[in-house]
Design a protein around this ligand. Sequence first.
Ligand code: MTE
Ligand code: MO
Length: 220
Amino acid sequence: MTDGPFIPADRAKLVERKTAWARERRAPAGRTGDPDARRLPPGQHRVRDFPVLDLGTHPNLNPRDWRLTVEGMVATPTVYSLADLAAIPPFEVTADIHCVTAWSRLDNRWRGVATRDLIAEVRPHDEARFVIVKGYDGYTTNLSVDWLYEPDSLIATHWEGKPLTREHGGPVRLVVPALYFWKSAKWIRSIRFVARDVKGFWEARGYHDVGDPWKEQRYG
Ligand SMILES: Nc1nc2c(c(=O)[nH]1)N[C@H]1C(S)=C(S)[C@@H](COP(=O)(O)O)O[C@H]1N2
Ligand SMILES: [Mo]
């Protein structure tokens, strides 16, 4: 972890605590009686607000200067600007958020570009089985390429009809609704296609490599 993100001192404690929970595989306290319980994966409870969770550095990105680099084992490595993204057919989806810290936020209306469509442009090699996704704050997370083919995965520019706010990862973040929210990198900077899995920030601190909320894959 030589080239990790810069974490402000007040956040370092939180990172330490969450790492300890992962070590203890601590399951959050369950809550019952929620009428939306069937839409909630095990151990989750519903919230109506939209919590902000990150390492404490919110990159201040001018939308005009923002770039996404898609690189590694692909036929066409590409650097995308917001205008480049706008040239790809727009994609909209309503999906639930499940955070490993046990809150879920149902029915989030996202807009952006389907990751499937982005993949179709860069054409990964057959040996490219994983991606490592990086944010402008230095955060990283890893996932199997398969999750980017999920029909609701997207590179999001809008939430509830409005441009994504800075605190939630604006101008552009990854959203993979099928996995716990730590996989949805905010302020997305690069997607690197690789043959072998490499752990990201939380995965290296005890979080599960896959992170499927329906299988309650919280910790490795
Ligand atoms: N770049 C970046 N992306 C990130 C994080 C981060 O610290 N940096 N935190 C992750 C975690 S742990 C969660 S729960 C979600 C929170 O997203 P939100 O603040 O929009 O709720 O962002 C994920 N993506
Ligand atoms: Mo999280």
